[in-house]
Design a protein around this ligand. Structure first.
Ligand code: NAD
Length: 245
């Protein structure tokens, strides 16, 4: 199998301040990838970028604080990445929020928030990134969806709808950019030991869950692919205790 060296490439990772996004930032930095990592909280994203930059001094790590609920943010992230990194090779749509509520108790503004951050923002990040990705010799988009992009779990109707949405538009996007050589992947994890999982299921022992570094390793593997084999969707489930996500 042929693989691409990642050193010197330029990646955007949304939601890079913690959890899967932070693990991904560290994994890509270890491969010499220059990064723009975005997050909602300015202090958290600056701290995360500093931690990565302090460990990997041979790369650029740009923090970008912006709320993906805002209409202007996707375009602003792309503009910043192109200006600061000189272009974009990889777009990793990772940022997301969850909501654990019965459908009947879900308010309209909660539905809007989940759909905006998890589906609308990635959609427009893809849109604005495409002209820049077309200039890359190894352009890749990776969407972090979820097993709830395929399944339904009680109290996760809005979250599941948003993850079905990202999977849906990604299937179409994959076809639309195939002839441009842009690879588009979706990773659909089960429960990952992050703040999000703890917020939804505080009863779970996080040592039972997937470690965020395992998602990051999967992502690195996908980014390195250059052959003709197309991987449609990668789902990661817990090995030891099937049943929850
Ligand atoms: P997390 O809560 O640990 O981190 C979420 C990140 O998204 C943070 O960096 C946060 O700043 C950013 N973010 C949230 N809202 C934002 C907003 N409005 N504007 C800008 N940035 C915002 O979550 P995580 O578990 O690392 O999840 C990352 C992705 O993986 C999400 O898309 C999530 O849906 C998905 N996922 C998580 C799990 C899990 O069990 N943790 C399982 C499947 C899929």
């Amino acid at each position: 199998m042929t693989t691409e060296k990642l050193s010197g490439k330029r990646a955007i990772i949304t939601g890079g301040s913690r959890g899967i996004g932070f693990s991904t930032a560290k994994a890509l930095a270890a491969h010499g990838v220059n990064l723009l990592i975005s997050g909602k909280n300015p202090e958290s994203i600056a701290k995360a970028a500093k931690a990565v930059a302090d460990e990997y001094r041979n790369i650029t790590v740009m923090p970008f604080a912006a709320d993906l609920s805002s209409k202007e943010t996707p375009q602003a992230i792309i503009y910043e990445a192109v200006n600061k990194l000189g272009g974009i090779d990889f777009l990793i749509n990772n940022a997301g929020i969850s909501l654990s509520k019965p459908l009947e108790n879900t308010e309209e503004d909660e539905w809007d928030a989940v759909m905006t951050v998890n589906a609308k923002a990635p959609y427009f990040l893809c849109k604005y990134a495409l002209p820049h990705l077309r200039k890359s010799i190894h352009p890749v988009i990776i969407q972090i969806a979820s097993v709830v992009a395929f399944k339904g779990y009680e109290h996760q109707s809005a979250y599941a709808a948003s993850k079905h949405a990202i999977l849906g538009f990604t299937k179409t996007l994959t076809k639309e950019v195939q002839n441009d050589g842009i690879r588009v992947y979706t990773i659909s994890p089960g429960g990952v030991a992050t703040d999000m999982a703890t917020a939804i299921r505080p009863d779970l022992d996080t040592t039972d869950l997937i470690h965020p570094d395992e998602i990051a390793e999967t992502l690195v593997y996908l980014l390195q692919q250059t052959g003709n084999a197309m991987i449609d969707n990668i789902s990661l489930h817990r090995f030891t205790k099937p049943g929850w996500l």
